[in-house]
Design a protein around this ligand. Structure first.
Ligand SMILES: Nc1ncnc2c1ncn2[C@@H]1O[C@H](COP(=O)(O)OP(=O)(O)OP(=O)(O)O)[C@@H](O)[C@H]1O
Length: 253
């Protein structure tokens, strides 16, 4: 198992009132699985990703990534090391550094980690080729389309060979054609690099590409659905739409 989550909770206390963002979640994910997290606004999706990425600490429970408990790395510099070495992040708004070109954006995590320049740029070129952007590597982010910027962000997230790729609505800002290109790229990476992917989305079209779709409601994991790969894409989408409605209490399962 690449990821084991046990009795995980995260609550916030405001005006002495405890609100659970994540409530008693148990989840295991195997290496090279592609998992989508769905649930309506405020159901805890981003919080779950932030907990797994050690950006925030759990209130209760434990997360093990690649056999290591995140409790053991809660003290710096271990948490930073964990984020650098074990997880790659992709966000809705790409979060590229505007003042440096695509290639430097991808190489940056390696250079910060002390990797020699030649090795860093060799790895960078290799990844930019994989995401189809080698010819645009000298361009600055604002001269690239949204889809191209997200491909640079994907290359940057993968440059340190993380065991987990965490993606928070990575296609939320892209049109449907670009979304489907990004999804194909992620599925390819999953296959050829045995990359484990955990991706948050509201979009059933996106969720239909995953191996499993988990649904959160009020911080609880209420459904864990395996996509039927025998069915065509449209059928998988319609099943997910039904489950999405059911998870929001709008129809019975
Ligand atoms: N720092 C915080 N302090 C207090 N409450 C918080 C904090 N962070 C998140 N929450 C609450 O936790 C709950 C889950 O938030 P989260 O951002 O994980 O939801 P989400 O499913 O990602 O929503 P969306 O789809 O709108 O991005 C929400 O009710 C939110 O208000």
């Amino acid at each position: 198992m690449i990821l084991e989550i046990q009795s995980l909770s995260k609550f916030y206390t405001t005006h002495s009132k405890k609100t659970y963002a994540i409530k008693d979640i148990n989840l295991t994910i195997s290496r090279s699985e592609f998992i989508v997290v769905m649930g309506k606004s405020g159901s805890g999706k981003t919080t779950l990703l932030q907990l797994i990425g050690a950006l925030i600490e759990p209130s209760e429970g434990d997360i093990r990534v690649d056999g290591q408990s995140l409790q053991e790395i809660s003290v710096e510099p271990h948490a930073t090391q964990y984020r650098r070495d074990k997880v790659g992040f992709i966000f809705q708004f790409f979060n590229l550094i505007a003042s440096i070109n695509a290639e430097d954006n991808v190489a940056m995590p390696l250079l910060l980690a002390g990797v020699k320049k030649k090795e860093a740029y060799d790895k960078t070129k290799d990844l930019l080729e994989k995401v189809g952007l080698l010819n645009k590597r000298k361009q600055y982010p604002h001269t690239l389309s949204g889809g191209e910027q997200q491909r640079v962000a994907i290359a940057r997230a993968l440059v340190q060979n993380p065991c987990l790729l965490l993606a928070d609505e990575p296609t939320g800002n892209l049109d449907s054609v670009t979304t489907s290109h990004i999804l194909s790229l992620l599925v390819q990476l999953q296959k050829y690099r045995n990359q484990t992917i955990l991706l948050v989305t509201h979009d059933p079209q996106v969720a239909a590409h995953a191996d499993r779709v988990i649904f959160l409601h009020d911080g609880k994991l209420i459904l864990d659905h395996a996509n039927d790969k025998e069915c065509d894409h449209n059928k998988r989408v319609s099943v997910i739409v039904e489950l999405q409605l059911a998870s929001q209490g709008k129809v019975d399962i």
